[in-house]
Design a protein around this ligand. Structure first.
Ligand SMILES: [Zn+2]
Ligand SMILES: [Zn+2]
Length: 383
C-alpha cells in the first residue's frame, strides 16, 4: 500500500538530555529538540497486519492537522517544529475515518464494512493514569501518525477498542461527505474534552468566547452553539477563518489585531463579562490577559491551544471574580467520541462548511504545504 512517510534524523540539540526511556523506546518527548532534516514522501509500504484484537481499516478521509504542518516546517537549524512525542520513520496523519476491511479473531463489536472513526491516542489501559480513568494522560502512550503509522495511507491497522462506529453520520451526510465529516471527530473531540469534560461545560444561555478559530476553535464554536450558548463571540487573525467561524455559529467575529478582545466582550455583555472562554489560539501570553479582563463572575477559561511558554496572569482577577482556569489535552475517555458522533449524526453539530479543500493521497505533501498558508479550515486527504 501507499502512505505518506516522514523520515528524519535523530540528532538531539545541544543541551537536550536524552533520557534512558527515550533511548529504550526510540521516542523523543520533545520532538522539536531531536528530529532534524525531515523528509516527507508518499512511498510503498507493506500492508499493515492485524493482531487478534485489531481491525484493518481502508481509509476514506484524513484531515491535515496543525501538527502535520509542524512536521513539514522547520526552524533555522532544520529541526521539526512539533514539540511533542514522536518516533520516526512513520506514516503521519491522525484525523480520519474509513471502512473496516478485516477483523481480528477476538474482535466482537465490529464487522467488515462498518464505517468508523478512530482515536489518535493509543492509551495502554494498564498504567495508573489509565486505570484511574485518565486515558488522556497515559504514560505508555503511542500516537497514530506520531509514534506509530497513521492515516495518510490507504490502510491502517488499529485496536478495535479505539474505533467508534459512524454509520449514523453516513446516514445523514451520505457516503462521500459522511466520511469527511466523520474524520472531523478527532479535532472536535479535543474541543469537547476541553470544554465539557475538563472545564465542566457551561449552562445554556451562558456567553461563550472562542480565541483562535483554526479547526479546534471552529469545533469549539460549533459545540458552543450545540450546547445552547446565549451568545458566541470569536477572535481570529485570519480573514478566511473568521468567515468560517460565522458559518458555524459565531455571532460576532473580530480580528484581535484591530479590536481589543476584552473591550468587545464587555460591550457584548453590558459590562458583565463572558462566562466561558476557550483558548484555541495557542497564544495564551496574548489571550489570557484579555480574557481575565472580561471574566464574568463564576467565569471559566479552558486552555486547549498548545504553547511552550509562561503566561502572565493576574490572579487577583480570578479571586475577585471567582474564576477558574482548566488545562486540557487529548480526546479519549469520558464518552467524548461517542457524544461527538451523536451530535454530528443529529445535525446539531455540522462542521461540514469548514472543509475547504480536498487532495488525493499522492498529493498529501502538497495538502500539508497548502495548510502552511493557514487560510483554510480543514483540508482533507482522500486515498
Ligand atoms: Zn490533529
Ligand atoms: Zn496508560
Amino acid at each position: 500500500m501507499k502512505g505518506l512517510i516522514l523520515e528524519a534524523t535523530w540528532e538531539p540539540k545541544k543541551g537536550y538530555e536524552v533520557t534512558d526511556w527515550e533511548k529504550k523506546t526510540g521516542k523523543a518527548v520533545t520532538g522539536s529538540s531531536v528530529w532534524r532534516n525531515p523528509n516527507l514522501a508518499v512511498k510503498e509500504k507493506k500492508d499493515p497486519e492485524i493482531g487478534p484484537s485489531d481491525v484493518r481499516i481502508e481509509i476514506k478521509a484524513c484531515g491535515v492537522c496543525g501538527s502535520d504542518i509542524h512536521f513539514y516546517e522547520t526552524d533555522d537549524q532544520g529541526y521539526i517544529l512539533y514539540p511533542g512525542l514522536t518516533r520516526f520513520p512513520c506514516i503521519i496523519g491522525h484525523e480520519f475515518a474509513g471502512r473496516v476491511a478485516e477483523c481480528g479473531k477476538a474482535v466482537a463489536d465490529l464487522k467488515n464494512g462498518d464505517p468508523v472513526t478512530v482515536e489518535e491516542m493509543i492509551w495502554c489501559g494498564y498504567c495508573n493514569p489509565c486505570r484511574n480513568g485518565f486515558p488522556n494522560h497515559c504514560i505508555n502512550l503511542e500516537e497514530l501518525g506520531f509514534t506509530v503509522d497513521g492515516a495518510f495511507a490507504e490502510q491502517i491497522a488499529v485496536g478495535a477498542k479505539y474505533c467508534w462506529k459512524v454509520d449514523k453520520i453516513l446516514e445523514r451526510f451520505g457516503d462521500e461527505k459522511g466520511y469527511e465529516v466523520a474524520a472531523l471527530s478527532e479535532p472536535s473531540s479535543v474541543a469537547y474534552n476541553g470544554m465539557f469534560e475538563r472545564a465542566g461545560g457551561f449552562r445554556p444561555g451562558a456567553f461563550v468566547a472562542v480565541f483562535g478559530t483554526g479547526p479546534i476553535g471552529l469545533a469549539a464554536v460549533g459545540l458552543a452553539a450545540a450546547g445552547g450558548a446565549g451568545k458566541i463571540v470569536a477572535f481570529e487573525v485570519s480573514e478566511a477563518r473568521r468567515a468560517l467561524a460565522s458559518k458555524v455559529g459565531a455571532e460576532h467575529v473580530y480580528d484581535p489585531k484591530d479590536t481589543a478582545a476584552h473591550e468587545a466582550l464587555l460591550e457584548h455583555s453590558d459590562g458583565e463579562g463572558f462566562d466561558f472562554m476557550v483558548e484555541a489560539a495557542g497564544a495564551p501570553h496574548l489571550t489570557i490577559p484579555e480574557m481575565e479582563k472580561a471574566l464574568a463572575i463564576n467565569g471559566k477559561i479552558v486552555q486547549i491551544g498548545r504553547a511552550a511558554q509562561k503566561v502572565p496572569m493576574y490572579l487577583e482577577a480570578f479571586q475577585v471574580r471567582r474564576g477558574q482556569v482548566f488545562g486540557a489535552q487529548g480526546h479519549s475517555g469520558h464518552a467524548t467520541f461517542p457524544n461527538v458522533v451523536r451530535l454530528v449524526a443529529s445535525g446539531r453539530l455540522d462542521l461540514s462548511p469548514i472543509i475547504t479543500a480536498r487532495f488525493g493521497l499522492d498529493e498529501a505533501k502538497q495538502a500539508i504545504g497548502r495548510c502552511t498558508e493557514r487560510c483554510d479550515g480543514k483540508i482533507m486527504v482522500k486515498p
